[in-house]
Design a protein around this ligand. Structure first.
Ligand SMILES: Nc1ncnc2c1ncn2[C@@H]1O[C@H](COP(=O)(O)OP(=O)(O)OP(=O)(O)O)[C@@H](O)[C@H]1O
Ligand SMILES: [Mg+2]
Length: 306
């Protein structure tokens, strides 16, 4: 992966900038100098979340996270896809007033992708901090999404930043970054997808506090779906019932149940005037299974509940 491709993958996402219009437009690469693109000294200004993201607390996760941040405990968010982990981190970054640097982990990612590298330009070579170094140097929350997708030899570079040492050696540059006091590492993963080949080392796991996430309880999930898609609460409740039916089939023909994210998609289509049955087929049923019997079972659940 070229550096530019990589930096695009961790730059503030399209989705985030759409939701937070005050946020600066995306930069294709990390700022390399001590001046932000807008000329200010806030190097991480592009990563600040200026508008409050909508987050509906499910239990005491906000208080627990705040306490963890106070002692700069690295945090691990576990839970199925589409249940609110990313939204939670965005909300916490906004609440704590800290920039959020998100890295979508993948198996091609190298330690240099995280830490930084020398780049060639017209004036010779210059060092460019990677996203982890950037967050550590300037005090951001560094969110490593789907951490288990990264190879273990890459993941270990976070070790010295996630224990009492809180430093990051830049071997190629001959520099050691002592983490900014505001810096914190957050990782997320979906325990359901783990295989023995793709698990975190105990020495990585034991550097983190853990918060479990799951699909919210019925009433709360309906409230979220109604808020995010704009459908009436009654309809949102019916969509949640369909999801609950599918979630019961997990492990009995379905790898994963219907997520909150999918319900919001379905609700959004309905809200745009799409026939509810068609919307549910498109947004809830077709993506999660190719098995004809399972599709029929889910289609009839849709018909029953709607
Ligand atoms: N508690 C919540 N409050 C507000 N919105 C929520 C909540 N939980 C889920 N959502 C909604 O569900 C959508 C999906 O959540 P999110 O993207 O955070 O999932 P995720 O757990 O990060 O999934 P993945 O593991 O696939 O990245 C969000 O965009 C948001 O609209
Ligand atoms: Mg996510």
């Amino acid at each position: 992966m070229s550096p530019d491709q990589f930096y695009r993958s961790y730059s503030p996402r399209q989705q985030a900038s759409a939701r937070y219009p005050n946020q600066q437009s995306m930069t294709s690469r990390a700022p390399a100098s001590n001046t932000a693109p807008d000329g200010s000294n806030d190097i991480l200004s592009a990563y600040r979340i200026n508008e409050q993201p909508y987050y509906r607390p499910v239990a005491d996760e906000i208080e627990l996270y705040e306490a963890a941040y106070l002692v700069r405990m690295p945090m691990m968010l576990k839970g199925p896809t589409g249940c609110g982990k990313t939204r939670f981190v965005e909300y916490m970054a906004w609440k704590l007033g800290k920039p959020l640097i998100t890295i979508a982990c993948n198996e091609d990612m190298t330690a240099s992708d995280l830490v930084g590298r020398f780049l060639l330009d017209a004036n010779g070579t210059r060092w460019q901090d990677g996203p982890l170094a950037l967050a550590a140097r300037h005090g951001g929350i560094c969110y490593l999404d789907e951490i288990v997708e990264a190879r273990q030899d890459t993941t270990v570079v976070i070790h010295s930043l996630t224990d009492a040492r809180r430093f990051l050696p830049l071997d190629k540059k001959g520099e050691v970054i002592h983490a900014h006091p505001d810096f914190q590492v957050v990782i997320s993963y979906n325990p359901g997808y783990q295989s023995l080949m793709k698990d975190l080392k105990q020495s990585t796991k034991q550097r983190f506090g853990g918060l479990d996430f799951d699909y919210p309880q019925h009433e709360v999930e309906a409230e979220i779906v109604a808020h995010e898609s704009g459908v009436a609460l009654d309809l949102a409740k019916k969509l949640v019932q369909i999801a609950e039916r599918a979630r019961n089939l997990k492990g009995h023909g379905l790898d994963e149940g219907i997520s909150t994210r999918m319900l919001i998609y379905a609700g959004s289509l309905i809200q745009r005037g799409v026939d509810p049955l068609a919307a549910c087929r498109v947004a809830l049923v077709r993506p999660i299974t190719d098995d004809p019997d399972m599709r029929n079972a889910l289609d009839s659940a849709v018909t029953t509940y709607l």
